[in-house]
Each structure stands twice: as structure tokens, then as C-alpha cells.
Design a protein around this ligand. Sequence first.
Ligand SMILES: [Zn+2]
Ligand SMILES: [Zn+2]
Length: 388
Amino acid sequence: MTGRAQMKNTTTFLALILVSSAAVAQDLRIGVFGLFHPREFTLSAPAGSALVVHAGEESLVLEGSSGVNLAHIRLHGDHVVLEVGTRVLSASECTVNSRKNGPVDFNLSVPGKITRHYRGTLEVETGLQTLTAVVTMDLETAVGSVVAAESTMGTPSEALKALAVAARSYFIAGKGRHRDFDFCDTTHCQFLREAPEGNTAAAKAVSSTQGLVIAYQSKPLAAMYTRSCSGRTLTPAELGLPAASYPYYPVDCKYCREHPSRWQSRLSAEDAATLKSSNESARLEVDRRLGWSAVPSNHFVMRKEGEQIVLRGIGQGHGIGLCQAGAQAMAIAGADFREILAHYYPNTVIVTLRGPCSSALISCCSARRAAACAGLLLQRLELSHAIE
Ligand SMILES: [Zn+2]
Ligand SMILES: [Zn+2]
């Protein structure tokens, strides 16, 4: 074969590899229920599920058909204590997976407060006076759990798809806000509850956009979004936040301009002492103490009324990136999810995560990077042939 023909064949081969490389599964470690500062959990196996629970050197199985399907997990000193019937196990951490050492369906509760169903593997570790529960789940399961948590009945499907792509992008590019896991399950990262059932609008929005992310300058973007804006989205700089890798251009939001979401709140002068309008850090500091309805957005005016401070504002959330209320209105008016994302994230493109270089290789990535990834694939194929 001539050098030229060989090169042509290799090029065709590389192109085939790139086209055929399917979107790969990625796992995320999600810290759950941290908001409750839990010191105990209840773990149970739903019908048809067998949970293999490991604590130190020992392990046991929770399964409905065996009559043993419930475990109490509590913090005792610096140990995790597991009670299953009359059996008591103690270890520095416990883990839960399927019989095949993979993801499994399980129910986890903070007794008296909350119960959720998850699919993944579970680790329970001791933290500072609390237990830390980390669920390792597939990226698409996590995206579905965010879309389900953030969507309300009747949200148009194109708005849900736009949210799914934004949420997936955030998961791909937004790690690093926690030491012990990738993301928490609150709005600090992304609000995440249970994965949606397969026939729901949220599940369909996720499956129909599988693997799609928003990219800016060839890199996935940790896409921020907000419940509703004040008629124009904001930049991090306008809220006293450090610059992000994406500039977050201010964007006109026709729906919120014409239908502002108004709110009013009363705080004591002491509680409002550190509060400033258009300062996200100050708002979060107050909301973490008093709850998210204390100061719902960054767009407000303050007035003293006796001993109290009255806040009047518009919008819900920080006001940066995609506006969910505006996205819904655009979808109702006939826009598809690509048009919605192009409106709220100018100068970005939507791309597909692919192949073994999944977090880096995107379908419209630079030729040089594509060639590098294809080369890596080729090396792996040659290696596997050599082993055969
Ligand atoms: Zn977080
Ligand atoms: Zn808006």
C-alpha cells in the first residue's frame, strides 16, 4: 500500500471511529440530604431490589423477599453503626451496591423528615457531627433528577429540553464546589430529587437531548440558570461575583419584562444588616440563615418600617443565565430548545459528548483535539489487536 493510500485509509478509519463512538456513561458523586445535617438514616430495598451492604469486613443483603429489607444507620462517635434486625455492624463507613457490584434501586430516609428513591451506589461516611450520604449515579439519571425537581406541571417540552441541556452542561463543567463529592442536591449546585419515571415529560426531555451540552470556546460550560429574571439577565460582575469562564452576556427577557414576578419580604434590621441589593454573596448569606424566601432575588429595594426592613423585589433566583420563566414563554411561542439556549447563552454552541475523551472531546471540537482522541482510540485498538 502506498503511503498516500495508507494515509487515506487511516483517515477513513479514524472518521469511522469518531462517528461510531457512542456517548459514554459518566458517573457523578452527589451528596444528598446534607441540608438536614443527618445523624441517622433508614435504608430499605424496594420490591425486586437486593441491596448488598458492606460495613468494614462484613456485608449483608437487604431484600424484600428475604423478610429483611430495612437497615437503620446512625452516627456513633466517629463510626457508622448499622442495625439490621438483631445484627449490629460498626465501621468507619458503609457502602451499598447491587449483587453485581453496580448501581441498585434503594430508598433512603432521614427519619421523620424526608424519604427519596435513588438508583446508584451509596456511601455513608462520618462527617463533622453528622453523617454524609453520597449517591454515585449516572450522568443522565442526575440530569433527569434535576429536570424533574425543577419542572412544574405543564412546562412545555422544549423548555424542559433546554433545562436538561443546561443541567447536563453544569454537571460536566461545574465540579469543584465540594470536597467530599462532586455536587450537592440543593440549589447551591443544582436542586436534585428523584429520577423521573420513564413516561414523564421530564424523562422524555432528558432522553431526547442525551449527551448534549452547551460549549463556549470548545469547552462545556457550567451553565447557570434562574427561576425568573427581572426583564434582563445579569452578569456575575453585576452581582459582585468573580468572572466565570463564560461571560454571561446580559440578555433581554421579554416575558419577565412584561410579567415580572413580584415579591415582598420583611426582615429584622439585624437580619438585613449585611444585605445589599445586587450582591449575590450577601443574599446567599441571609438566605442560608433564614430560608430561600427571605430574599428571593437580587433585584429589590429596601425601606425601613419601624423596627423592620421591608424588601420589595422582582425575579426568583440569582438572575444569571437561562431564565426558566422566559424559556417557558419562548417555548409556548414556538421556539425550540436550541433557539432558547442560543438566546440565553449567546456565542455558544450545542455539542454532543462522545467517546473515551468524553469530557474533552465534543463533536465540533477542534481538528487537532479530534485527531488526538482518534489517535488514542487507534492506539487502544492496536493494543487490543496485539493482545489477541
Ligand atoms: Zn453544592
Ligand atoms: Zn426572565
